[in-house]
Design a protein around this ligand. Structure first.
Ligand SMILES: Cc1cc2nc3c(=O)[nH]c(=O)nc-3n(C[C@H](O)[C@H](O)[C@H](O)COP(=O)(O)OP(=O)(O)OC[C@H]3O[C@@H](n4cnc5c(N)ncnc54)[C@H](O)[C@@H]3O)c2cc1C
Ligand SMILES: *[C@@H]1O[C@H](CO)[C@@H](O)[C@H](O)[C@H]1NC(C)=O
Ligand SMILES: *[C@@H]1O[C@H](CO)[C@@H](O)[C@H](O)[C@H]1NC(C)=O
Ligand SMILES: *[C@@H]1O[C@H](CO)[C@@H](O)[C@H](O)[C@H]1NC(C)=O
Ligand SMILES: *[C@@H]1O[C@H](CO)[C@@H](O)[C@H](O)[C@H]1NC(C)=O
Ligand SMILES: *[C@@H]1O[C@H](CO)[C@@H](O)[C@H](O)[C@H]1NC(C)=O
Ligand SMILES: *[C@@H]1O[C@H](CO)[C@@H](O)[C@H](O)[C@H]1NC(C)=O
Ligand SMILES: *[C@@H]1O[C@H](CO)[C@@H](O)[C@H](O)[C@H]1NC(C)=O
Ligand SMILES: *[C@@H]1O[C@H](CO)[C@@H](O)[C@H](O)[C@H]1NC(C)=O
Length: 768
């Protein structure tokens, strides 16, 4: 079984190897390592040691494409009688162990060393990255060791076959698919930033060297420019921040809107165009039909790199990269049952204000025609057999039981519209409004409960990058469900464990207020996101549109030409074609809703049976309003925002209802001639499918609740005016204040909530 393994002894060193390690800096965490990237499997291996050569530990990393099922490293360059590290993923977590083998057999778990996963480790749709500390790792049983002051050899092993039990660090596995070696000059692989790395911080960029140097992390200092104060400083130009900026500037306030990213649509100066749209102002963020390419781009610079889930870090935030499914909120979305304070029960004036600025369309092509509607037609037939009726969804807003309709979007004139094309444009026309991009906010500056400024990374905005406020001035955080909690933590506001994490970060700690001024609020608690499950089908009538694979680089020529000529055709719409809802009650006291989204193509297919890939389509079933599962958002030592507790199906009743909803959708499948479900296929039940479903892929990117609104500070972060409890002049206006999920995808409801929040803020006494 383990016959063709690493050579037992390697008399070779350095230049005899096809590859030898060299110094590189990981762009993700900023750490400097010595190592290689194997060109065949594209796996990076790196190690770095402390300057103290008597130390017995090191920090290492393995960055591998998701195709790598497990990776091994032999610290002495051979398999037998060596300390071995073996690593794989289990869903979104990384599993590792130290092993040892005395022959070419299954390596067994090896005690003694301590392997710790460091915060910049991650798993995403394309790669996993294991950044780790290995203590008591430079020598091992049998006399082997790493020559930390000299040169030596490391060996790697690669497998395309999963381990037997990914959840078990001691799992068995089959022999590796391939292996290789590289020479290492360990004497060069030492850094004085070692302790910073342990804290998740890259420290200063001194080149690694054997000789110790001193490390300093000093707060930004800059010229004492006379800074311009503002009535309102708003952090983050997503839908929440843009609507706040527009309404406050409309009211004559002096407003500064800060955004960490840069332009998105052509209208905002964006230039990221597909090759076929070169020479136009139609960027990736303008053309609705490029939505699916957000997830397959080879350089997805627009995602936030310090958030472990998809979040847009560019002008427009999520509304520049999302599917733009746009539902006017229902009355139940703002009900006390759904967690809102009583005073929020009457949303209609705010929803109407939003509709007036940003109407929805379920016919996004400028010629008024529907395109690529085959999957909608098939699912309509299916749902008719289940007692559903067709509605124009945004005309019949409160009907959300047994209804379906064509998907509605906030596209305008065949292009992405949203708040960027509407609210931001009116704000931009006002002289009392200033927009500043590529500006990162770390924290707010405060004296107890009084906010005095906003700390940015741009020293041209004020001394140390701090933007001051006018007398009675206010700050509004609109940095999103992950971004706003992170700013609060760095400002000394949140649960003690999170503030201690900030305290442990050398770059952020100096900005924290003294512990006596910490404000303990449930920031990050009680978050929810729709658990969603994909069912994949084939039907002979479907055009799967090549699963959207070539829309960026090689689109169907006629469709591309039609879109460029008149913003009409397939490219004027995103992938969703039909949506449906059904209400569920019983089981416990709660009413829950299921939402379906239908689209041609599929994110992944899992079947051993033959199928025609040109005919695939997906029904995504989400559980929405009424779900009782909750999770927790927080930060790790590297200040990356992440889910500390996953929010999906933590309550078994949610799972029961979701399984019921999935079974209902397929209950009369046999009545539709030619309709076949291929994932799960006929070999698996819906129950088994849900049981096996990777929790990470249940994510819908609809996070709400991390700064939820409520009537008291033991269960909520902001009050009915969106003001952070126990502060005088700090507010939050973004998806994080929403106490619980609406019945549909959230951004329509969020924009109505933003209208209401900003109206309350303007009406609140004591402001500028
Ligand atoms: C892939 C994807 C698909 C989605 N599809 C849909 C859909 O079809 N329909 C729907 O209704 N919803 C959808 N959503 C959800 C929707 O986009 C979000 O609910 C919405 O964008 C949240 O708005 P927000 O204002 O809270 O924050 P965001 O949109 O996240 O905006 C936050 C902004 O703040 C900026 N920022 C963050 N931190 C800082 C900082 N420290 N300093 C300065 N600026 C900062 C960010 O760059 C960003 O621009 C989707 C989301 C994703 C990610
Ligand atoms: C270090 O590891 C060895 C095995 O390699 C073990 O025998 C020893 O007890 C460990 N030392 C410590 C301090 O853990
Ligand atoms: C996925 O992770 C890899 C390795 O950390 C990184 O290079 C890549 O940019 C990440 N992709 C996305 C979409 O975040
Ligand atoms: C693109 O936009 C810029 C700035 O708004 C404008 O000057 C230019 O004419 C536009 N180009 C095209 C091809 O429309
Ligand atoms: C501030 O941070 C943003 C976002 O990371 C970055 O684009 C910008 O260059 C930074 N500005 C400065 C002055 O460092
Ligand atoms: C903080 O506020 C208190 C009053 O609440 C005031 O006495 C003190 O001077 C302020 N400190 C600073 C640094 O402004
Ligand atoms: C694919 O389906 C098989 C059973 O048909 C199951 O064992 C396996 O876990 C599934 N894989 C994924 C990635 O869901
Ligand atoms: C697959 O489906 C396409 C589109 O319906 C059809 O043209 C093609 O003939 C089918 N292929 C096979 C092998 O059945
Ligand atoms: C705080 O609000 C929650 C939720 O509305 C409520 O259950 C609780 O009783 C309130 N606590 C206090 C002290 O008012």
């Amino acid at each position: 079984m383990f016959g063709h393994l690493l050579l037992a002894l390697l008399p070779l060193v350095g230049s005899a190897f096809a590859q030898s390690g060299s110094i590189y800096t990981d762009p993700g965490n900023g750490f400097t390592f010595d190592g290689i990237t194997d060109p065949v499997y594209d796996v990076t291996y790196g190690v770095i040691f402390p300057t103290d050569t008597t130390s017995t530990e090191f920090i290492g990393e393995i960055v591998a494409p998701v195709a790598a099922q497990w990776i091994g490293v032999a610290l002495g360059g051979a398999m037998i009688d060596n300390l071995l590290l073996v690593v794989w993923t289990n869903g979104n977590t990384i599993v590792s162990s130290t092993r040892y083998a005395t022959d070419y057999i299954q390596p067994v778990p090896y005690a003694g060393p301590t392997l710790t996963t460091l915060p910049s480790s991650s798993v995403n749709s394309t790669h996993w990255k294991f950044v780790f500390r290995c203590q008591n790792c430079t020598s091992w049983l049998g006399g082997g060791s790493i020559p930390v002051s000299g040169s030596g050899v490391l060996a790697w092993a690669y497998s395309s076959i999963p381990v037997d039990d990914p959840a078990d660090p001691n799992s068995d596995f089959l022999e590796h698919t391939d292996f290789g070696f590289f020479g290492m000059n360990f004497a060069d692989a030492h850094t004085s930033n070692y302790n910073n790395y342990l804290n998740g911080n890259a420290g200063t960029s001194t080149p690694p060297t054997g000789s110790p140097t001193t490390t300093t992390t000093s707060p930004t200092t800059g010229p004492t420019t006379p800074a311009t104060p503002y009535d309102y400083v708003i952090v983050g130009a997503g839908p929440g921040g843009i609507i706040a900026a527009d309404r406050l500037s409309e009211a004559g306030k002096k407003v500064l809107l800060l955004e960490r990213g840069g332009p998105s649509t052509g209208e905002t100066g964006g230039t990221y165009t597909a090759p076929w749209a070169a020479g136009t102002n139609l960027t990736k963020f303008d053309i609705p039909g490029l939505f699916e390419s957000m997830f397959t781009d080879s350089n997805p610079w627009y995602w936030c790199k310090d958030i472990n889930f998809f979040a847009g870090c560019l002008l427009g935030g999520g509304t520049s990269v999302n599917g733009a499914l746009y539902w006017y909120p229902t009355d139940s979305d703002f009900s006390t049952n759904n967690g809102w304070p009583n005073s929020w029960g009457y949303h209609q004036p705010y929803t109407s204000a939003m509709q007036a600025r940003l109407p929805s369309t379920d016919h996004p092509s400028t010629d008024g025609q529907l395109y690529l509607e085959q999957s909608a037609n098939v699912v309509m037939q299916l749902l008719n057999g289940q007692g559903y009726r067709q509605v124009t969804i945004n005309n019949d807003v409160n009907s959300k039981d047994h209804v379906y309709g064509y998907s509605a979007f906030d596209f305008l004139n065949g292009k992405r519209g949203g708040p960027v094309a509407t609210y931001l444009q009116t704000a931009n026309a006002r002289s009392n409004f200033v927009y500043k991009d590529y500006t990162m906010v770390s924290n707010i500056v405060r004296n107890g409960s009084q906010i005095t400024g906003v700390k940015t990374n741009d020293t041209s905005l004020g001394p140390n990058g701090v933007v001051p406020l006018t007398p009675n001035g206010r700050v509004i955080l609109s940095a999103g469900s992950f971004g706003s909690p992170r700013i609060l933590f760095q400002s000394g506001i949140g649960p003690t464990d999170m503030l201690q994490t900030v305290q442990g970060n050398p770059a952020a700690a100096p900005n924290l207020p003294p512990q006596s001024e910490w404000i303990n609020l449930p920031v990050g608690m009680a978050v929810s996101d729709n658990p969603s499950i994909n069912l994949v089908f084939t039907h002979p009538s479907i055009d799967a549109y090549d699963n959207w694979a070539d829309v960026w680089s090689d689109p169907r020529p006629a469709d591309a030409a039609q879109y460029l000529a008149s913003q009409s055709g397939v490219f004027a719409g995103a992938s969703p074609k039909l949506n449906f809802w059904r209400a569920y009650s019983g089981i416990d006291a709660n009413q829950r809703w299921a939402q379906g989204t239908v689209r041609p193509g599929a994110a992944s297919v899992n079947t051993t049976l033959p199928y025609n890939a040109s005919e695939i389509f997906t029904i995504t079933v989400y559980l929405s309003q009424g779900i009782t599962s909750r999770g927790r958002i927080g930060i790790n030592a590297g200040l990356e925002a992440t889910a500390l507790v996953n929010p999906w199906l933590t309550d078994p009743v949610d799972k029961t209802v979701l399984i019921q909803a999935l079974n209902d959708v397929v209950s009369n499948m046999n009545s539709i001639s030619g309709l076949t479900m291929i994932t799960p296929d006929s070999g698996m039940t819906i129950e088994e499918y849900v049981d096996l479903y990777d929790p990470g892929t249940m994510c819908s990117n609809h996070w709400v609740g991390s700064n939820k609104m409520g009537t008291n500070s033991s269960t909520a972060v902001v009050d009915e005016n969106a003001k952070v409890f126990n502060t005088n002049n700090l507010f939050v206006v973004d998806a994080s204040i929403i106490p619980a999920l609406p019945v549909g995808n959230p951004h329509g409801m969020l924009m109505s909530a933003a209208e209401q929040a900003v109206a309350n803020i303007l009406a609140l006494a004591g402001g500028p």
